[in-house]
Write a protein that binds this ligand. Structure first.
Ligand code: PEP
Ligand code: MG
Length: 756
């Protein structure tokens, strides 16, 4: 029997039970029998939430005496875990799971395998349907789908209040009260306060089982047409602002919107007897399940885009149109979502959107890149948020500490307000420094530039009054795109960036793909053979090999800078010949444009990044060829210490202020003396005060840093006397036992210089 036919059979039988005049308990008893029989499973049980506990309401296969006796708290045992995380479990050996809890009254000891799905009502798990089997085997996908369908049917019964007999009230919609903390992962730093608004006002599925399958099919067809139309219009009009990266995300949407596999699966679910809404939801549940198993963060991000689109389809088909964005934000808002597409985030009113909390999300997710550009703090991976947050709850978001406080007490809110006011005060003071040039006390001008990567980042240039873009990470465009960005698209971006920068310089770094910045469409070249991708086939190595890639970028940059000055920087140069080879590619493209009588850049400055330690020993050969050199301390330090920068366990392994790093940097400085090379630092290190102080003490006069750090660093610069700090640095570096961090701290304090 096909999967659809099997599901159809279950649904038909469930339909009959629902339509019968039986009392609620009788219906539940029949449901567990139907599922147990259909899945050939010895046990099928239904748990529902009552009195704050999950109660066994019906079972086939466990002791009947346990019904209405076995009760578990949310989070307790396997069933409690399913409800808490609102997720499916599928285990070959239940006892092997750390949350397994044995309940003797149920007589379940002879069963090995276990699968369970949550019953979800208004985004909250209000129960679970579980099956158990004597054989230790995982359940098949189609079996889990049958369970999920059953869970949907049960939630429909809940909606229609036909699940419990009179007098047996379930506590289904009662939410949590009192202050609660929610922890997660810092995706974009910052503080924010506001009221919880759920991105997706829940599409309530009123009917799971179809009366007329053909009619449902037509509804879904129409919805698909409408959705594709919407996406096409959005792509052509780039209605989310000025196109660019978002345009590329829309391309991804487009790819999914026309994906035959997706519409086929929805059709199959309709064949099995579901309504259009239920079919879309079913397929979405399946996608979510798959997503949890995927380890590749970039692929997972793409899956989120698909989920985004499925929600859109669901809203169209049900006529429940609009996200919270389309309804408009009425107050200062902390937006809550499982995940968001970047385009969806951009639909919100920036004045009222204060922060975002995501149940999922990762540092490389598109939405996070966009939120960072918008300056909106984001807390990600806040598991279980649906059990804690209700629409309209007051929330204090402290993304710096990776924490959100839900329904804060008054004293908590006051303390947060005080902290918040202080940071706002500081920010206002920094904003005042916008037009002040950063001269040191002794009168030296320090260049303070920003690191950027998106078109939207360019607004930070004017906002901070920075001297230019010291590092434009061109690979960001590649990261947010589903396919390799063609030359035309690159050209458009670079042109816009240069236009936004006006007279200020922008240093374009050629693509640094690979490492932790893998893109699926180049996966053959990257990751495949790389056990350690940071030291693998990435950046310039990859670009020189795929010369077409570098050629296209070179031409795009040269054309974008016609009549202007172009700064090009090559990443991960480990030997001088790599710089030469990359420069040749640019010179060839320049010659090509010249032959075609195109307007060329007025001047071209070539630079390299020093982030591979070996290059430090070869500067006598390289420096004469360079216009500028930028030290990438993020990569440099990971290579110096052999400590993977993306491994959180190693985050505390070394200190940027250790003598090893500072002595190394000093040697780089010394090795460039006598050459006409403009030397700067563009790693995160330069955005921290003590570190920036040390760098100035070593002789660095150009820093390129994250835009939020520009104010604090400018303020620091104005309080420093370079001669004093360089003398102090010489002293400390001469004695390797010196605790340089402590010494710098003391030095700064004595001079009334604030440190972080
Ligand atoms: C660096 O490595 O320090 C750097 C600035 O580049 P990225 O962080 O993009 O690797
Ligand atoms: Mg780097």
């Amino acid at each position: 029997m096909s999967a659809a036919a099997a599901a159809r059979q279950i649904i038909t039988r469930l339909h009959e039970v629902m339509a019968s005049r039986m009392h609620a308990q009788g219906k539940l008893d029949q449901v567990v029998d139907i599922i147990g029989e259909s899945l050939d499973s010895e046990v099928c049980s239904i748990y529902l939430l009552r009195g704050g506990m999950l109660e066994l309401f019906a079972t086939r296969g466990l002791n009947q005496s346990a019904v209405h006796v076995t009760r578990m708290a949310i989070g307790e045992g396997l069933t409690g875990t399913i409800a808490q995380n609102v997720e499916t479990l599928n285990l070959a050996e239940a006892k092997a799971h750390p949350d397994f809890l044995y309940r003797p009254e149920t007589g379940e000891d002879k069963f090995h395998s276990f699968a369970g799905v949550p019953i979800v009502y208004r985004e909250r798990a209000v129960g679970a349907v579980c099956v158990q089997h004597v054989d230790p085997r995982r359940y098949e996908d189609i079996e889990l789908e049958a369970l999920q369908t059953t869970a949907m049917v049960l939630s429909e019964m809940i909606a229609n209040a036909e699940l419990v007999d009179e007098g047996d009230a379930l506590e289904l919609t009662k939410g949590q009260t009192g202050m609660q903390n929610l922890s997660g992962l810092t995706l974009v730093k910052g503080l924010a306060a506001g009221q919880a608004v759920f991105h997706q006002p829940r599409v309530t599925i009123d009917q799971v089982m179809a009366d007329d399958t053909e009619a449902e099919r037509q509804r879904v067809y129409r919805a698909f047409d409408k959705m594709r139309e919407q996406i096409d219009t959005m792509t052509s009009q780039a209605e989310f602002g000025v196109g660019g990266e978002h345009e590329e995300v829309l391309e991804t949407y487009k790819m999914f919107a026309y994906d035959e596999g997706w519409s086929r699966r929805i059709n199959e679910a309709i064949d099995s007897g579901l309504t259009a809404e239920a079919a879309i939801e079913r397929v979405q549940q399946h996608t979510r399940m798959r997503m949890r198993e995927i380890d590749d963060p970039l692929l997972a991000d793409r899956m989120h885009d698909l989920e985004d689109l499925a929600n859109r389809l669901l809203r169209i088909v049900s006529g429940q149109l609009g996200t919270a964005a389309t309804q408009g934000l009425r107050r200062e808002t902390i937006l809550i979502a499982r995940n968001l597409g970047p385009a969806e985030l951009l639909e919100y009113d920036r004045r009222r959107l204060k922060g975002v909390i995501l149940e999922e999300g990762s540092l490389t997710a598109h939405v996070v890149i966009v939120a960072r550009a918008m300056g909106v703090p984001v807390l990600g991976q806040a598991r279980g948020l649906r059990g804690i947050i209700r629409e309209g709850d007051d929330i204090l978001l402290d993304a710096d500490a990776a924490l959100a406080t839900v329904r804060p007490s008054q004293s908590m809110a006051d303390a947060f307000d005080a902290r918040f006011a202080k940071t706002r005060e500081k920010q206002a003071a920094y904003a005042e420094l916008r037009d002040v040039e950063p001269f040191t006390r002794c009168g030296t001008r320090i260049q303070v530039m920003i690191n950027a990567g998106l078109r939207d980042d360019m607004s930070s240039l004017a906002m901070t009054g920075a001297d230019g873009v010291g590092l434009f990470r061109t690979e960001f465009q590649f990261l947010v795109s589903a396919t390799l960005p063609q030359r035309e698209r690159q050209l458009r971006l670079y042109r816009d960036v240069l236009e936004a920068a006006g007279d200020k310089p922008v240093i374009f770094r050629t693509v640094d793909i690979g490492g932790d910045k893998a893109v699926p469409y180049l996966s053959d070249e990257t990751s495949k053979f790389d056990e350690n991708p940071a030291m693998g086939w990435r950046a310039l190595r990859l670009a020189l090999e795929r010369e077409g890639l570098l050629k296209a970028q070179a031409r795009a940059l040269l054309e974008a800078a016609s009549g202007k000055t172009l700064y090009v920087m090559f990443p991960m140069v480990s030997e001088p010949w790599e710089f030469d080879a990359a420069k040749v590619v640019f010179e060839e493209q320049l010659a090509f444009l010249k032959k075609r009588k195109k307007i060329l850049p007025e001047a071209i400055h070539y630079g390299a990044m020093l982030e591979v330690p070996s290059l430090a020993e070869m500067l006598d050969l390289l420096a004469p060829k360079l216009d500028f050199l930028s030290i990438g301390t993020n990569d440099l330090t990971q290579f110096l210490f052999a400590a993977d920068r993306s491994n959180p366990k190693l985050a505390e392994r070394y200190d940027w202020l250790s003598p090893a790093i500072l002595r190394f940097l000093r040697r780089v400085m010394q090795n460039t003396v006598g050459y006409d090379v403009d030397l700067g630092v563009c790693g995160e290190m330069g955005g921290r005060r003590l570190e920036a102080l040390a760098l100035m003490g070593l002789g660095i006069r150009r820093l390129s840093i994250t835009p939020a750090a520009v104010g604090p660093i400018k303020e620091l610069v104005r309080k420093v006397d370079l001669e004093e700090i360089s003398k102090a640095m010489d002293l400390w570096l001469a004695d390797p036992t010196t605790d340089i961090r402590a010494s710098l701290q003391e030095w700064a304090q004595e001079r009334g210089i604030e440190t972080d």
